[in-house]
Design a protein around this ligand. Structure first.
Ligand SMILES: [Mg+2]
Length: 198
């Protein structure tokens, strides 16, 4: 009987409330959560065995639609000096992505279809890395983080650079806020994790 499966377990309502919420929300939880992509300790992560970094561009490295600036150019120079492979993975169109890449001289996949894991996997193939040696850095939970997690890649969520965003992104941010509320509550250690990679 179906009911017998529940004997000895926690009350059904409790199980649905906690287990259901966790199953629903945890798929969006980043592994790390930082203020900025520029605070990550890439040198240490290379020592830890990471070899490739996949980046979102808009609001992760520069404000939405902005060209590469001196800070982003310096970051890609630094990554190359460390020995990292890198890829830009953007849902934006090619002219925008190419314009950014022309300054940082990485490689890119445009119209990437995040959160589909397909192009995360392609990015790893191009870099010659695996999920175990690849990092992903992005600013959105429901595209960037979710896609990376589906591809089995460790994710660094960063706070969006530019506060002024389009209305559809603002609405998504409100949903992100709900996920992050539970993320912070479930992982009270996240502040400590923040510091580990600075
Ligand atoms: Mg973005």
């Amino acid at each position: 009987m179906i009911g017998e499966d529940l004997i000895g377990q926690e009350p059904v309502s409790q199980g649905l409330r906690d287990g259901g919420r966790m199953a629903l929300l945890e798929r969006f939880y980043p592994d790390e959560y930082l203020d900025s992509a520029y605070e990550i300790n890439y040198e240490k992560l290379y020592q830890d065995g990471y070899r490739g970094v996949i980046f979102d561009i808009d609001n992760t490295l520069v404000p939405h639609g902005a060209p590469a600036d001196t800070r982003s150019m310096a970051l890609f120079t630094r990554l190359k000096e460390i020995g990292f492979e890198s890829m830009l993975l953007s849902n934006n169109k090619e002219p925008r992505v190419k314009m950014f890449n022309d300054k940082v001289l990485s490689r890119y996949i445009y119209k990437a279809g995040k959160p589909s894991p397909k192009n995360y996997i392609k990015a790893m193939e191009l870099m010659g890395t695996t999920p175990a040696t690849t990092m992903f850095v992005g600013d959105q939970l429901f595209t960037d983080v979710w896609g990376a997690k589906k591809a089995g890649i460790r994710t660094w969520l960063v706070k969006p650079i530019h506060p002024k965003e389009e209305i559809q992104i603002i609405l998504k941010r409100r949903l992100e806020w709900i996920v992050l509320f539970f993320y912070k509550r479930d992982r009270g250690r996240y502040v400590k994790l923040d510091r580990r990679y600075r």
